[in-house]
Design a protein around this ligand. Sequence first.
Ligand code: MF3
Ligand code: CO
Ligand code: CO
Length: 237
Amino acid sequence: MKQAGKIAAGALQVMGQAVKPGVTTHEIDLIGRRYIEENGATPSFLGYRGYPASTCISINNQVIHGIPSKARVLKEGDIVSIDVAACYKGFHADTAATFPCGTISKEAEALLEATREALFKGIEAAKPFDRVGDISSAVQGYAEARGYSVVRQFVGHGVGSSLHEDPSVPNFGTSGRGVRLLPGMTIAIEPMINEGLSDVVVLDDEWTVETADGSLSAHFEHTIAITSKGPVILTMV
Ligand code: MF3
Ligand code: CO
Ligand code: CO
């Protein structure tokens, strides 16, 4: 999974570097797919429950599961959430980040920073023999203290020989509750944080998730291993 994580993180990095005004989300998807395949892995999302692309690219008010498209051209000021997972020798690793396209507003910058930090608060809380609720409550507490809301319809998850495994890892909840975190468990923590209200809607394409109120949304994700010494991030370049 460390090897899968390195490949997924490398793909995310090259895709993030390609985020520029005038580029289509389809082109960025191909950059990610090529990177994963050149490194001997396969893109976990391609064909997953019929998903038609290798990665998810979600812009501005889109939360997750945006389908890359030749028709979607990035423009200055967009925030671009890229989610990518790689499968290497039968094991998956899943990672995401939201990138600025050119210069973005101060408000957008603050949302990206808070969402990234909320992810790291969640990772720090993933101590062996603590519980999933400790992660959930750390993420929620950090985001809501800054006036943001946490998406509830979609959650983090166990990850391993399948992309999505038990347990669910919500970004909201109560510390001391839920499944106990044990050494050897591997999970994806992935806060989706909205500038406005937490409600989301799914578009007619049956994939793209947007904020119901049209507000901006950001998404950061790492796959981590719970070890006796603490959490280890696997999705690192
Ligand atoms: N967003 C999901 C995750 O990070 C995976 C997307 S599955 C796909 O767990 F089929 F939409 F690609
Ligand atoms: Co993901
Ligand atoms: Co995930």
